[in-house]
Design a protein around this ligand. Structure first.
Ligand SMILES: [Zn+2]
Length: 169
């Protein structure tokens, strides 16, 4: 009987190992399981590790957008350095060179997502609303080729600085 219990325990622990493969990118890296997360999910590292001022501004803007009937999701927020590096590696494969990839994905040392100072807004209707109304909250689209990417870049109600053409600029 004892042997059977030991055997069962061994089988169970083997199964647990098998059904929990190591994740390539986990929520602890800021990765999103369903490619987006609620702007108000303060328990998710992608949201909780944002700069608090950026998070407040983004959440206030999202509530106002939703009051106008526009659903807002966050498609990327805070990211770990290793997650950022993986995104850059993936983009380098996709675009064929690091130089081209850099126009779309920053390095871990330069990314404002890694410092918690950037948030990507979806979907298109919501990003469009942020591009028109964001400055009221201090939120600015910082790259001309990224309608979804917002940073706290002005005083609330101020003017946004000129956009950089892309993340490599
Ligand atoms: Zn971004």
């Amino acid at each position: 009987m004892k042997l059977a219990i030991v055997a069962l325990a061994l089988v169970l622990s083997a199964c647990t190992t098998l059904i929990q493969p190591k994740l390539v990118s986990s929520p602890d890296d800021g990765a999103l399981e369903d490619s987006s997360v609620s702007p108000y999910d303060n328990d998710h590292p992608a949201i909780s590790r944002l700069d608090p001022k950026l998070r407040d501004a983004m959440q206030r803007a999202a509530r106002d957008a939703e009051a106008k009937g526009i659903k807002v999701v966050v498609t990327s927020g805070w990211r770990s350095k290793s997650y950022q590096q993986r995104l850059l590696d993936d983009a380098t494969s996709k675009y064929g060179s690091l130089e081209e990839a850099r126009k779309h994905v920053n390095t871990p040392d330069k990314s404002t997502h890694v410092t918690g100072h950037a948030v990507d807004i979806g979907f298109t209707d919501a990003a469009d609303w942020f591009s028109r109304k964001g400055s009221k909250y201090g939120l600015c689209q910082t790259y001309a080729n990224e309608l979804w990417h917002y940073e706290l870049a002005t005083e609330p109600g101020g003017d946004c600085p000129p956009q950089q053409s892309n993340a490599a600029g």
